[in-house]
Design a protein. Structure first.
Length: 115
């Protein structure tokens, strides 16, 4: 089960309460909404980790849930304020297989080259 982190905005969260406010762009540390998508940091209650879920406007379920980069204290999630920007890029062998586990390991290893 996943629990969204509270936003710095104390108003109701439009991703869970109808479509009001979906036209407004929001770029906060743990909530990013723009261009038809919402990204928010969630706590995985079955684990001690964090994740980011991507929800397309009008959809009830996330299209993607992926690992969240940890902050410097290795306890709290890194803010989403750089969301939408490329964080890292590496070249890998043609035989490299991208999977959820390899992507999570890459993020946890601070985007160092796999292998």
């Amino acid at each position: 089960m996943h629990t969204p982190l509270p936003s710095s905005d104390t108003a109701a969260d439009p991703t869970t309460e109808g479509s009001s406010g979906l036209g407004e762009a929001v770029h906060e540390a743990r909530l990013w909404r723009d261009d038809g998508w919402t990204a928010r940091v969630i706590k995985n209650e079955d684990d001690e980790g964090w994740a980011v879920e991507m929800i397309k406007d009008g959809e009830a379920e996330p299209a993607l849930v992926g690992p969240c980069t940890m902050g410097r204290n290795k306890k709290d999630p890194k803010p989403l304020d750089t969301f939408g920007e490329q964080l890292a890029q590496v070249q890998v062998a043609p035989s490299f297989k991208l999977s959820k586990a390899s992507a999570a390991a890459w993020v946890e290893n601070e985007f160092r080259r796999p292998g």
